[in-house]
Write a protein that binds this ligand. Sequence first.
Ligand code: SAM
Length: 215
Amino acid sequence: MRARYKPWAADLIESHPEIIIPDPENFRGRWHEVFGNDHPLHIEAGTGKGRFIIGMAKANPEVNYIGIELFDSVIVTALERVLEEPAGVPNLRLLRVNAKDLGEYFQQGEVDRLYLNFSDPWPKTRHAKRRLTHESFLKLYETVLPSEGEIHFKTDNRGLFEYSLTSISEYGMLLKDVSLDLHANEPEWNIMTEYEEKFLKKGQPIYRLEAQFQS
Ligand code: SAM
Protein backbone atom coordinates (compact mmCIF):
# COMPACT_ATOMS: atom_id res chain seq x y z
CA MET A 1 0.00 0.00 0.00
CA ARG A 2 1.63 3.25 -1.13
CA ALA A 3 -0.16 6.45 -0.23
CA ARG A 4 0.45 9.87 -1.77
CA TYR A 5 3.54 11.57 -0.31
CA LYS A 6 2.44 13.47 2.79
CA PRO A 7 5.12 15.98 3.78
CA TRP A 8 3.44 16.56 7.15
CA ALA A 9 3.33 12.87 8.10
CA ALA A 10 6.78 12.72 9.72
CA ASP A 11 5.97 15.70 12.00
CA LEU A 12 2.64 14.25 13.12
CA ILE A 13 4.29 10.86 13.78
CA GLU A 14 7.09 12.53 15.76
CA SER A 15 4.61 14.47 17.88
CA HIS A 16 2.90 11.26 19.07
CA PRO A 17 5.67 9.06 20.50
CA GLU A 18 3.11 7.64 22.96
CA ILE A 19 1.38 5.90 19.99
CA ILE A 20 4.06 5.44 17.29
CA ILE A 21 7.01 4.35 19.42
CA PRO A 22 10.15 6.05 18.03
CA ASP A 23 12.72 3.77 19.73
CA PRO A 24 11.16 0.27 19.82
CA GLU A 25 14.57 -1.42 20.22
CA ASN A 26 14.65 0.02 23.77
CA PHE A 27 11.53 -1.95 24.72
CA ARG A 28 12.72 -5.38 23.54
CA GLY A 29 11.68 -7.77 26.31
CA ARG A 30 9.80 -4.98 28.15
CA TRP A 31 6.63 -4.35 26.12
CA HIS A 32 4.46 -5.24 29.14
CA GLU A 33 5.91 -2.11 30.80
CA VAL A 34 4.74 0.02 27.88
CA PHE A 35 1.20 -1.32 28.22
CA GLY A 36 1.30 -1.43 32.01
CA ASN A 37 -0.03 -5.01 32.19
CA ASP A 38 0.87 -8.64 31.40
CA HIS A 39 -1.77 -9.23 28.75
CA PRO A 40 -0.83 -11.29 25.66
CA LEU A 41 0.78 -9.38 22.79
CA HIS A 42 -0.47 -9.80 19.20
CA ILE A 43 1.26 -8.02 16.32
CA GLU A 44 0.39 -7.36 12.69
CA ALA A 45 3.18 -7.06 10.11
CA GLY A 46 2.18 -4.73 7.25
CA THR A 47 -0.62 -3.03 9.12
CA GLY A 48 -1.36 -0.43 6.43
CA LYS A 49 -3.87 2.23 7.49
CA GLY A 50 -4.73 0.35 10.67
CA ARG A 51 -8.36 -0.62 10.26
CA PHE A 52 -7.77 -4.25 11.34
CA ILE A 53 -5.45 -3.63 14.28
CA ILE A 54 -7.57 -0.77 15.68
CA GLY A 55 -10.72 -2.91 15.31
CA MET A 56 -9.03 -5.85 17.03
CA ALA A 57 -7.73 -3.67 19.88
CA LYS A 58 -11.18 -2.20 20.50
CA ALA A 59 -12.87 -5.63 20.33
CA ASN A 60 -10.32 -7.35 22.62
CA PRO A 61 -9.26 -5.02 25.44
CA GLU A 62 -7.60 -7.95 27.26
CA VAL A 63 -5.02 -8.31 24.47
CA ASN A 64 -2.24 -5.83 23.63
CA TYR A 65 -1.65 -5.06 19.94
CA ILE A 66 1.23 -3.62 17.93
CA GLY A 67 0.82 -2.70 14.26
CA ILE A 68 4.00 -2.59 12.16
CA GLU A 69 4.18 -0.63 8.92
CA LEU A 70 7.01 0.41 6.64
CA PHE A 71 5.78 3.78 5.34
CA ASP A 72 5.11 7.11 7.10
CA SER A 73 2.52 8.04 4.48
CA VAL A 74 0.46 4.93 5.32
CA ILE A 75 0.90 4.54 9.08
CA VAL A 76 0.01 8.20 9.59
CA THR A 77 -3.60 7.32 8.67
CA ALA A 78 -3.63 4.67 11.41
CA LEU A 79 -2.32 7.31 13.81
CA GLU A 80 -5.03 9.78 12.79
CA ARG A 81 -7.67 7.10 13.35
CA VAL A 82 -6.36 6.38 16.84
CA LEU A 83 -6.35 10.11 17.61
CA GLU A 84 -10.00 10.34 16.49
CA GLU A 85 -11.03 7.73 19.09
CA PRO A 86 -12.60 9.68 21.99
CA ALA A 87 -11.09 7.38 24.65
CA GLY A 88 -7.95 6.55 22.64
CA VAL A 89 -6.95 2.90 22.11
CA PRO A 90 -4.89 2.13 25.24
CA ASN A 91 -4.00 -1.45 24.23
CA LEU A 92 -2.52 -0.45 20.85
CA ARG A 93 0.88 0.87 19.74
CA LEU A 94 2.29 1.37 16.26
CA LEU A 95 5.82 0.93 14.90
CA ARG A 96 7.11 2.55 11.70
CA VAL A 97 9.72 -0.14 11.02
CA ASN A 98 10.52 -3.01 8.66
CA ALA A 99 9.08 -6.40 9.67
CA LYS A 100 12.36 -8.03 8.60
CA ASP A 101 13.91 -6.52 11.75
CA LEU A 102 11.31 -7.93 14.19
CA GLY A 103 14.03 -9.65 16.21
CA GLU A 104 15.49 -6.25 17.16
CA TYR A 105 12.21 -5.24 18.81
CA PHE A 106 10.90 -8.45 20.38
CA GLN A 107 12.58 -11.25 22.27
CA GLN A 108 11.77 -14.95 22.05
CA GLY A 109 8.24 -15.68 23.19
CA GLU A 110 7.33 -12.02 23.66
CA VAL A 111 4.81 -12.03 20.80
CA ASP A 112 1.89 -14.39 21.35
CA ARG A 113 0.42 -14.22 17.84
CA LEU A 114 1.36 -12.73 14.47
CA TYR A 115 -1.14 -11.48 11.90
CA LEU A 116 -0.36 -11.07 8.22
CA ASN A 117 -3.15 -9.44 6.21
CA PHE A 118 -3.06 -8.95 2.45
CA SER A 119 0.72 -8.97 2.38
CA ASP A 120 2.32 -7.76 -0.84
CA PRO A 121 2.24 -10.80 -3.18
CA TRP A 122 5.59 -10.25 -4.98
CA PRO A 123 4.41 -12.47 -7.89
CA LYS A 124 7.77 -12.75 -9.68
CA THR A 125 9.71 -15.87 -8.66
CA ARG A 126 12.90 -13.86 -8.31
CA HIS A 127 11.15 -11.78 -5.60
CA ALA A 128 9.91 -14.80 -3.59
CA LYS A 129 12.27 -13.97 -0.72
CA ARG A 130 10.34 -10.74 -0.13
CA ARG A 131 7.05 -12.55 0.53
CA LEU A 132 6.20 -12.36 4.22
CA THR A 133 5.52 -16.11 4.25
CA HIS A 134 8.92 -17.01 2.77
CA GLU A 135 10.92 -19.52 4.81
CA SER A 136 13.32 -16.77 5.99
CA PHE A 137 10.39 -14.79 7.47
CA LEU A 138 8.93 -17.94 9.11
CA LYS A 139 12.32 -18.48 10.71
CA LEU A 140 12.24 -14.90 11.97
CA TYR A 141 8.68 -15.20 13.34
CA GLU A 142 9.72 -18.34 15.18
CA THR A 143 12.32 -16.29 17.08
CA VAL A 144 9.73 -13.90 18.56
CA LEU A 145 6.78 -16.28 19.10
CA PRO A 146 6.51 -18.94 21.84
CA SER A 147 7.20 -22.57 20.91
CA GLU A 148 3.65 -23.23 19.67
CA GLY A 149 2.91 -19.68 18.50
CA GLU A 150 0.48 -19.01 15.68
CA ILE A 151 0.37 -17.03 12.46
CA HIS A 152 -3.02 -15.93 11.13
CA PHE A 153 -2.94 -14.95 7.46
CA LYS A 154 -5.59 -13.51 5.10
CA THR A 155 -5.20 -12.64 1.43
CA ASP A 156 -7.15 -12.16 -1.78
CA ASN A 157 -4.18 -13.43 -3.80
CA ARG A 158 -4.55 -17.07 -4.78
CA GLY A 159 -0.93 -17.37 -5.94
CA LEU A 160 0.41 -16.04 -2.64
CA PHE A 161 -1.98 -18.27 -0.69
CA GLU A 162 -0.87 -21.41 -2.57
CA TYR A 163 2.78 -20.43 -2.10
CA SER A 164 2.19 -19.81 1.62
CA LEU A 165 0.47 -23.18 2.17
CA THR A 166 3.52 -24.90 0.69
CA SER A 167 6.05 -22.72 2.49
CA ILE A 168 4.31 -23.17 5.86
CA SER A 169 3.90 -26.96 5.39
CA GLU A 170 7.51 -27.42 4.26
CA TYR A 171 8.60 -25.50 7.37
CA GLY A 172 6.85 -28.15 9.46
CA MET A 173 4.10 -25.92 10.84
CA LEU A 174 0.67 -27.34 11.67
CA LEU A 175 -2.17 -25.93 9.57
CA LYS A 176 -4.99 -25.49 12.08
CA ASP A 177 -7.58 -23.82 9.89
CA VAL A 178 -7.85 -23.10 6.16
CA SER A 179 -10.65 -21.25 4.37
CA LEU A 180 -10.86 -20.69 0.61
CA ASP A 181 -13.77 -18.27 0.97
CA LEU A 182 -13.85 -16.62 4.39
CA HIS A 183 -16.95 -14.59 3.63
CA ALA A 184 -19.04 -17.54 2.43
CA ASN A 185 -19.68 -18.04 6.13
CA GLU A 186 -17.98 -15.11 7.85
CA PRO A 187 -17.10 -15.83 11.48
CA GLU A 188 -18.58 -13.27 13.88
CA TRP A 189 -15.06 -12.47 15.20
CA ASN A 190 -13.72 -11.46 11.79
CA ILE A 191 -12.46 -7.88 11.59
CA MET A 192 -12.06 -6.64 8.04
CA THR A 193 -8.96 -4.90 6.75
CA GLU A 194 -9.00 -2.10 4.14
CA TYR A 195 -7.91 -4.49 1.40
CA GLU A 196 -10.38 -7.14 2.51
CA GLU A 197 -13.28 -4.74 2.06
CA LYS A 198 -11.97 -3.60 -1.33
CA PHE A 199 -11.59 -7.12 -2.73
CA LEU A 200 -14.83 -8.35 -1.17
CA LYS A 201 -16.71 -5.56 -2.96
CA LYS A 202 -15.18 -6.80 -6.23
CA GLY A 203 -16.62 -10.26 -5.47
CA GLN A 204 -13.24 -11.92 -4.94
CA PRO A 205 -12.90 -14.75 -2.41
CA ILE A 206 -10.77 -14.10 0.66
CA TYR A 207 -8.39 -16.91 1.64
CA ARG A 208 -7.42 -17.43 5.27
CA LEU A 209 -5.22 -19.79 7.29
CA GLU A 210 -4.08 -20.33 10.85
CA ALA A 211 -0.73 -22.08 11.27
CA GLN A 212 1.13 -23.13 14.43
CA PHE A 213 4.84 -23.67 14.97
CA GLN A 214 5.67 -27.13 16.32
CA SER A 215 8.09 -27.55 19.19
N1 SAM B 1 -2.84 -5.11 6.01
C1 SAM B 1 -3.44 -3.99 5.31
C2 SAM B 1 -4.76 -4.41 4.71
O1 SAM B 1 -5.04 -5.61 4.67
O2 SAM B 1 -5.55 -3.52 4.33
C3 SAM B 1 -2.50 -3.44 4.22
C4 SAM B 1 -2.21 -4.36 3.07
S1 SAM B 1 -1.03 -3.68 1.93
C5 SAM B 1 -1.21 -4.63 0.50
C6 SAM B 1 0.52 -4.28 2.59
C7 SAM B 1 1.15 -3.33 3.59
O3 SAM B 1 2.29 -3.95 4.14
C8 SAM B 1 1.63 -2.03 2.98
O4 SAM B 1 1.12 -0.94 3.70
C9 SAM B 1 3.15 -2.12 3.04
O5 SAM B 1 3.75 -0.85 3.17
C10 SAM B 1 3.33 -2.99 4.26
N2 SAM B 1 4.59 -3.74 4.25
C11 SAM B 1 5.09 -4.46 3.23
N3 SAM B 1 6.27 -5.02 3.58
C12 SAM B 1 6.49 -4.65 4.86
C13 SAM B 1 7.55 -4.89 5.78
N4 SAM B 1 8.61 -5.63 5.44
N5 SAM B 1 7.47 -4.34 7.01
C14 SAM B 1 6.40 -3.58 7.37
N6 SAM B 1 5.38 -3.30 6.53
C15 SAM B 1 5.42 -3.83 5.30
